[in-house]
Design a protein around this ligand. Structure first.
Ligand SMILES: [Zn+2]
Length: 91
């Protein structure tokens, strides 16, 4: 959203500084460049987000399981200490 404001500001400045036909060409050029730049940024951001969600799905780095009866941190189906299957998710 900031980029839209920036590009509008740039185009206004250009239209004030240079005569009409030149400014139009310059504005179109800047819009294309900004679009390319934004797309590159978005792609990188989206890629990072996808990777982040993938790693949280498979890696489970942020999730820790604690036994509800004895509080032991474990990742088994049942608690290795007391055998309870009740678990809570903690961070
Ligand atoms: Zn336990």
């Amino acid at each position: 959203m900031i980029w839209i404001g920036i590009s509008i500001g740039i185009s206004l400045t250009i239209s004030m500084l240079v005569p009409f036909p030149v400014s139009l060409v310059a504005i179109i050029g800047i819009f294309i460049l900004l679009n390319l730049y934004m797309r590159k940024r978005m792609m990188r951001k989206m890629g990072g987000g996808m990777f982040g969600s993938m790693s949280s799905m498979f890696g489970e780095n942020s999730l820790k399981y604690y036994c509800m009866s004895c509080g032991t941190k474990h990742r088994e189906a049942a608690c290795p200490k007391c055998g309870s299957k009740m678990k809570r998710i903690g961070s």
